[in-house]
Design a protein. Sequence first.
Length: 229
Amino acid sequence: MKKSKENIKNMFDEIADSYDFLNHLFTLNIDMRWRKQIIKELKKDYYKKDIILDIASGTGDLTKELVNLKPEHLYSCDISEKMLEVQKKKIKYDKLKIVVADSSNLPYKEKSVDIVTIGFGIRNFENVEKSFAEIYRILKPGGHLIILEMFGGKGFKKSLFDIYFGKIIPKVGNKISKSKYAYNYLFKSVKNFYNTDEFINLAEYHNFRLEKKVNNFSNFIYTIYFAKN
């Protein structure tokens, strides 16, 4: 599948109704713990968190956790309207504003956001570099970017990953979601994405300074904390 904005939107619209169930099934609900770890970190006084934006928020699992920080303004955006419809039913927070928006063209003012989060979304961006530039534009000086993402591994663990994500998940995921390709795409999107070192180098090229990298699971899933230079 060509990773265009339109194709990605259509794919997530197609699987929106089964997305949460399959995510939690395939991770045995461990993905919820990873998101809670982000909130635990962001509760530290070190982070200013009055205005938070969750990009590629999908059905809102991370957005829902961000509510616990009690920001003055919480924004959530995604290109999939169907995913956001699920999110609207899930989260009731009067300071949350949900909009359909693309990461490379964000409808927010320059230097207006304290924290940007992206949970399992950046590898789906059509243009990662343009998105980095756009995030940099809207972050306040000293603002933070937090990314939770899957990256390819090496050696024996990579072989296990290839079997689980390349064979088991596509077979089960496509059947339950009734998609012909969505969970094949999941595997390929990780295989064809940057490794962690390449990704950090790219972020630093776009003026984000690495502050912390947390290995959540077997060298495949990381939470990476950046600060705006």
